[in-house]
Design a protein around this ligand. Structure first.
Ligand SMILES: Cc1cc2nc3c(=O)[nH]c(=O)nc-3n(C[C@H](O)[C@H](O)[C@H](O)COP(=O)(O)OP(=O)(O)OC[C@H]3O[C@@H](n4cnc5c(N)ncnc54)[C@H](O)[C@@H]3O)c2cc1C
Length: 410
């Protein structure tokens, strides 16, 4: 419930017009606050619109306990936010905006049209009608000595005094869409506890041979099981010129990234023939091959070819290749050494950001009374599957409610 109160006519500044900032604007305007929303870009919701190109996976329909587990070490901090505005509330909210959703076969929830633009358009219309004022091309640059917000605008620097501020500046990936992480040192200088931004849901570099790179870059590897640190998942990924990308890899990217950070590399194991038991694989490979080449023998007995054969050739020595037991073992657990995560700018999302330990329950920064934070700029991460947007909407709402409660008491 959004607390209803007398309109207090004090303008609240929201900086950042992504899902988190827009949700804070909605809660605040409904709660009677005057809201000015500032964004560095010429229009709002650019990353949200990009997410729409992939079908806009809004949330997930799995049971709440499983859903909460996706937030890993930040489960305890995210759980109260989702209790107030979880997956079902999000779907209801979209319905109110005229956007019906459906549950896909994997449990992921999408708008019927699988687009972000109709939802964003209806939402912005509703926000404008509610009196939210949008100030585009306003790049926040910190505070001046009097505590006013400083914005770089096409008309020079503007200073804004606000009754309260919600920062919803996003993470550091896809900087060309507006979120460049430049806010991090600004907050750090003010004594706010922040964790370095790091790539999340990202691809990785692999030291491919020139031959493999030339022949297989751009090719999907499927079906395949990837295993790392006790996690085993079936899916697919894409070979890139420098490494690997794709849903299966994103799903395991947090522990892989952490391992690379602490040990310098991480070894992922691939099962190139899911569904085949090792003894059967050995028996098939041990069949006499007659005059056939080893490659066509493997292809005809086990069905491995193309990029999967290329991967085998990358990892298995020439001496081991003709040995059925060793080759079969490699097919079932091919070691792939990952050297580095791809740069933050290429990632789907960011880990790191403003630490929850420095925030109160309403997401106000304790070191900066009256300044609240929401969305991907907070120090949490989650896999793809709708968990990112759900977390951003929920924290935007919590920050909006936090501001209303704070204004009511000051
Ligand atoms: C390719 C791609 C696909 C994705 N698909 C999905 C998906 O299907 N499902 C899902 O759950 N998530 C998805 N995500 C992630 C999701 O889009 C983000 O987590 C979400 O948009 C973050 O919301 P936010 O409001 O915190 O930040 P953002 O959406 O990044 O918005 C932040 C805003 O702050 C503004 N800003 C930044 N710095 C300043 C400044 N100094 N001054 C003024 N304004 C500033 C930016 O211009 C921007 O408008 C995807 C991301 C990418 C890159």
């Amino acid at each position: 419930m959004i607390p209803t109160q007398q309109p207090h006519h004090r303008a609240v500044a929201i900086v950042g017009g992504g899902p988190a900032g827009l949700m804070a604007a909605e809660v605040l305007s409904r709660g009677g606050a005057r809201v000015d929303l500032y964004d560095a870009m010429p229009s709002t919701g650019r990353k949200f619109l990009l997410a729409g190109k992939g079908g806009l996976n809004l949330t997930h329909a799995e049971p709440l306990e499983a859903f909460l587990a996706r937030y890993g070490t930040r489960r305890a901090e995210i759980a109260p936010l989702l209790k107030e505005f979880g997956p079902d509330a999000l779907r209801e909210w979209a319905r109110e905006l005229g956007v019906e959703t459906f549950v896909g076969s994997s449990g992921r929830v999408f708008p019927l049209e699988k687009k972000a633009a109709p939802l964003l358009r209806a939402w912005l219309h509703r926000l404008r009608q509610a009196g939210v004022k949008f100030h585009m091309r306003h790049r926040w640059q910190g505070w001046d000595d009097s505590g006013a917000l400083r914005f770089a605008t096409p008309h020079g620097e503007q200073r804004v005094e606000a009754a309260a501020v919600v920062l919803a500046l996003g993470g550091g990936s896809w900087a060309k869409l507006g979120s460049d992480g430049a806010w991090l040192p600004l907050l750090e200088q003010r004594g706010v506890a922040v964790a370095k931004l790091r790539p999340a849901n990202c691809g990785f570099d692999v030291g491919w041979s020139e031959h493999f790179r030339t022949h297989f870059a751009g090719q999907p590897v499927k079906p395949v099981v990837a295993a790392f640190a006790g996690i085993r998942k079936q899916g697919e990924f894409v070979v890139t010129a420098g490494g690997i990308e794709g849903g299966l890899i994103y799903a395991m990217s947090a522990p892989l990234r952490d391992e690379i950070e602490s040990r310098g590399s991480a070894t992922l194991h691939l099962d190139l023939a899911p569904g085949w038991e090792l003894p059967r694989l050995i028996a098939e490979l041990a069949h006499p091959r007659g005059s056939r080449s080893l490659s066509s023998h493997i292809q005809s007995r086990v069905g491995l070819k193309g990029v999967k054969m290329g991967l085998l050739r990358e990892a298995v020595t020439a001496a081991d290749f003709p040995d059925p037991a060793r080759l079969a073992a490699a097919i079932k657990a091919l070691p792939l050494r990952l050297l580095a995560p791809r740069p933050l700018d290429e990632a789907i999302s960011s880990a790191g950001g403003v630490k929850f330990e420095g925030l109160d329950q309403g997401l106000m920064i304790r070191a900066l009374p009256g300044v609240f934070c929401a969305g991907e700029m907070l120090d949490w991460e989650a896999p793809t599957g709708g968990y990112l947007l759900t977390g951003c909407f929920a924290s935007g709402r919590a920050a909006g409610l936090g501001v209303l409660a704070w204004l009511a008491n000051t």
